[in-house]
Design a protein around this ligand. Structure first.
Ligand code: ADP
Ligand code: MG
Length: 450
């Protein structure tokens, strides 16, 4: 492989695992400058990026390189201005990355909305039609129909896109309305710094002026009491004044543990809609929409192939498509299904794609706001026993692990405990809708992580 091809392979996979903003920040203007004596040298634009790649992404980069070519033993990073210039001139790929970044950073300063996310580019199918219908109703008449609107679903399935589309539509149709989009982590950090700098009043008055407040990924408020309290106050003021509130989360309000009961019941007082997993036809429609946005068209059988191998995450569908487009531009030739298969094989069978016992335990712990090691204890506390049983159930169901193995994995329990847990959860799911839904969501998170 040439330097460029090799680096493209790395970038295409990295892109799937990190946010666009991070990708643009850390991987823009990087390239492989040499592959010699089992060493790969990557040039980066400045020492800040160098440090970041070394500390944060090196393992990941190395793993991908090694998977592509087992002879590679080491990666090094150098700061290079000269390399950068010549690369820019020759490269056929970089403009694409630039464009991506450009779109990413066109975020409006006032509203914090990214103009890229609009209803027109949102494909609707049976998996998301309820959420879409609720979103368009809210956009037509903010504050009047569903308040709050609460959208939930797994990672990469379009929550952010839909939330921002509502915001963008309202900005367009109601010029006077003040719209604000904010991810909940950012909201939390504003609360924290407001407290630290004694200017909570400023913070509060800022939000109280808003007509449409959109908070993304609200599950991150779990356990943050002070933030929840501030949010509750702002929520009430806005709600009483018929201002629209729109929220998203990776799970329904009742499944967010450590969420104050009063907040939960507030959320449940509005409209709750979920986004599921798109079917095959819709996945193809989404791929075509994305290809069109990028002004390329691929043969029908290629769309079909991608849609058949990537099923659970729209961000990944897009990532695979980007990768193929990169490749096509680089090689200046039409893609065949054969080539696509090899290109995506690498991506689909990369080590991060495999579900492992560890990942199951991790995901279950995260879902219930526990530490992994809590699940491994012998605690009989209700909030630990059920998640532990669910982890055992998933190990059996998803990985077909043996019961003695499952017992060992969960802190050295007896195999009879594992059998009991598996049977109990299997039976319970049949009659307990809520449990069924929770397990479904855990699986979605598990798969989208993989
Ligand atoms: P989430 O917030 O649920 O993790 P995002 O909204 O960030 O997911 O979606 C991930 C990517 O998939 C985005 O690039 C988005 O544009 C795209 N996407 C998601 N759903 C759709 C859809 N229904 N139609 C078109 N693109 C979609
Ligand atoms: Mg999101």
């Amino acid at each position: 492989m040439t330097n460029e091809e090799l680096w493209q392979t790395v970038l295409a996979q990295i892109q799937l695992n990190i946010s666009r903003a991070n990708f643009a920040t850390w991987f823009k203007d990087t390239e492989i400058v040499s592959q010699k004596d089992a060493k790969v040298m990557v040039s980066v634009p400045n020492s800040f990026v160098k440090e970041w790649l070394e500390n944060k992404y090196n393992k990941h980069i190395f793993k991908i390189l090694y998977n592509t070519n087992q002879e590679i033993k080491e990666v090094n990073y150098i700061v290079s201005k000269a390399g950068l210039k010549s690369f820019k001139k020759e490269s056929v790929i970089l403009p694409e990355v630039d464009q991506l970044e450009f779109q990413e950073f066109k975020v409006d300063k006032e509203t914090n909305l990214n103009p890229r996310y609009i209803f027109d580019s949102f494909v609707v199918g049976s998996f998301n039609e309820l959420s879409y219908a609720a979103a368009s109703a809210v956009a037509k008449d903010p504050g009047a129909v569903y308040n709050p609107l609460f959208i939930y679903g797994g990672v990469g399935l379009g929550k952010t896109h839909l939330l921002e589309a509502i915001g963008n539509e309202i900005v367009k149709d109601f010029k006077k309305k003040k719209v604000k989009y904010i991810p909940s982590e950012k909201f939390t950090s504003e609360v924290v710094s407001g407290i630290k700098n004694h200017n909570m009043e400023l913070f509060k008055s800022k939000y109280r002026k808003v007509d449409v407040l959109i908070i993304d990924d609200i599950q991150f408020l779990a356990g943050k009491e002070k933030t929840q309290e501030e949010f509750f106050n702002i929520f009430n003021v806005l709600y009483e004044n018929n201002k629209q509130i729109i929220l998203s989360s990776d799970r329904p309000p009742k499944a967010i543990s450590a969420l104050a009961e009063r907040l939960r019941s507030r959320f449940e007082g509005g409209m709750i809609a979920d986004i599921g997993i798109p079917d095959f036809e819709t996945r193809i429609a989404i791929l075509k929409m994305k290809a069109q946005e990028k002004k390329v068209d691929l043969p029908e059988e290629i769309y079909q192939y991608i849609a058949s191998v990537i099923q659970r995450n729209i961000r990944e569908l897009e990532g695979a498509l980007n990768r193929l487009i990169f490749y096509q531009k680089l090689n200046k030739q039409e893609l065949s299904v054969e080539v696509v298969k090899t290109l995506l094989k690498n991506l689909l069978s990369s080590p991060t794609k495999i579900i492992t016992p560890k990942k199951i335990i991790q995901t279950v712990a995260e879902f219930y706001d526990l530490k992994e090691k809590d699940l491994l204890t012998t605690s009989r506390k209700k909030e630990i026993v059920l998640p532990r049983q669910i982890a055992m159930y998933l190990l059996r169901n998803e990985l077909k692990n043996s019961f003695p193995f499952i017992g060992r994995k969960l802190g050295g329990k007896d195999h009879t405990t594992a059998i009991h847990s598996y049977k109990k959860i299997s039976k319970e799911i049949e009659k307990n809708k809520r449990l069924e839904e929770e397990i479904h969501l855990i699986k979605e998170q598990l798969f989208s992580k993989c």
